[in-house]
Design a protein around this ligand. Structure first.
Ligand SMILES: [Zn+2]
Ligand SMILES: [Zn+2]
Length: 125
């Protein structure tokens, strides 16, 4: 039989891990909601014992912060396609880049030269 203090130690350790991860993922929100780990633990325990403040438990899983999505440019197409960023930016008559590369998250062709432009646009969108 595992002594119960061991169980609580494990609980607290994994709660602390969750807190650290949440704080890393969404520092602003966690700072406002749970300035210390004790605040977090109190909310966590409250949600575990069936506290009826709806939404509190859901809030323990922070949404990913904006801008954390990786817009990785990788080979996506068998045939070259017109780069999405180039066609957005192109002045009439300007040469548009064609590419087999694209952004998985956005599912649009983006040629490697335009990766920075694409990421900036997506983050600010
Ligand atoms: Zn381009
Ligand atoms: Zn993208």
């Amino acid at each position: 039989m595992v002594p119960s203090y061991f169980f609580f130690y494990l609980m607290e350790a994994s709660a602390y891990n969750a807190y650290v991860i949440a704080r890393d993922t969404n520092p602003e929100r966690v700072k406002t909601m749970w300035p210390t780990f004790q605040n977090y633990l109190k909310d966590l325990v409250a949600s575990l014992v069936g506290d009826t403040r709806a939404g509190k438990a859901a809030a323990l899983v922070p949404e990913p912060a904006r801008g954390t999505v990786q817009h990785t440019i990788e080979k996506m197409f068998e045939k070259k396609k017109t780069c999405h960023e180039c066609s957005l930016a192109a002045e009439p008559g300007a040469r548009r880049g064609v590419t087999k590369f694209g952004c998985r998250e956005c599912n649009v062709p983006v040629h490697t030269e335009c990766q920075a432009k694409h990421i900036t646009r997506c983050i600010n969108a």
